[in-house]
Design a protein around this ligand. Sequence first.
Ligand code: SF4
Length: 489
Amino acid sequence: MANNYISKTAFLKFEQCHKAFFLYKNHYYLKDKLSVDKQLTFKRGHDVGFLAQQLFPGGINVVEKDSNKDNAIAFTKQLIENKTPVIYEATFVFNDVLVMVDILVLTENGYIAYEVKSSLKVSETYIKDACLQHYVLKNCLSDLIDFFIVTLNETYVFNGELNLKNLFKRRSVLKDASRNETYIQDQISNAKLIIERNVIPNVEIGKQCTSPYECDFFKTCWKDKITEESIFNLGKVNKDDLFTWYYNGIKNISDLQKRNDLPRHLKNQVESQVKKEAHIDVSNIKEILAQIKVPYAAIDMEIWGQAIPVIIGTKPFQKVPFLYTLFSEEGNEHFFFDYEIDDRRKFAESLITNTQKYQTLLAYDKSLENMIILELADLFKDLKNELQKVASKLFDISDIIQHHFYYHYLFKGNYSLKIVSKVILNEDLFENENIHTGLEAMNSFISYRANSNAIEKEILKSDLINYCMVDTKATFLITKKFIELTKVE
Ligand code: SF4
């Protein structure tokens, strides 16, 4: 298998699905286009990895000048022979598996390897990834003494100066590696067999397509599966049930019509699909709407949280609010905070003042807003009562959708505000937005803060305000629509 190494990424694909592994190795061109969110996540991983290298400064980066894998292997060998104290991206091959170790450090007793993850937790996938690397390394380096996964430390609080030793924490995988050694070896042999057979493995779509990650070949395998009538358009359905139906020939929602073992929410979805009309449970919707007190406004917040904290007193990934918008009968307002300094207190005070005149604050899934307000209440004890009062006014209009008191077959199992408002209002309020996800919004805010060009800053700021405002507007308008739909004739 010369020059056809199994990389760590390929191995993890094999773990998820043999077909994904084969396509990755032989039909890479079929890979789905990388979403903006995935690109941003990769960039974050790269930035954190780069910073973690400074735990062991002065290392030599094997792939910095030449990314050719065989050259990297040869260069690593040379650096090991020269007893180089710190190597970044040290590249090894054993049993046709190629791994690149983030940081390799030579100590008095032997080598210690570090795999850096821009995360707070060590997942099962990270352990498998590290076990594979350990397997290769221990067969290439006789004096490997330990292998650590390095993650961000959730208890670290930024005090104005980054303390890398406290920012990162490490966990040895030696025990996991020894427990999984035979498994890893067997899996490598199985993966090699698939390459040798050179036939696309016959794997049906299944739960593995989205777990642990959405597969990179999703569009290839699923392109004919999600038709207008498909059971994959059902929402909040147990994945085991879904695929059992699918494998037993139940492919369309209408095939479920005669079943009497479906929970209420699925019955409502089936009924809506078959009749091609909305399911509306007027009395339950009315009961929910009766809790709204006038005057009311819709509210939405944008938050910002970086892997490496930059605001004094915050932790890695801590969510910091920088924008909120209000939409009411009287019009709309936005409140933007640029965090030249820590603006959390200003944000909290502004929120208290500007929401005072409303009895109810409508949100579409209030969990984020609730969490932010209660965190601010915790931080500023003198504002606690007033902030708790703001939190108590939050009202989650998405309950109507989440409980299936209103369901429209055109939702296709998607309960996002974007889809729900498009169907209910018969208008796509989001179509002209330049920002599409919360992660994109966070990244735009980071760009806003880093940008020194006043015009570019204004454009970024305006995109962010529009992105937040459209959510608020959609929330307000669907509430009005529900009120209208349930009025006594
Ligand atoms: S989409 Fe599903 S079946 Fe297709 S390659 Fe990926 S995991 Fe395998």
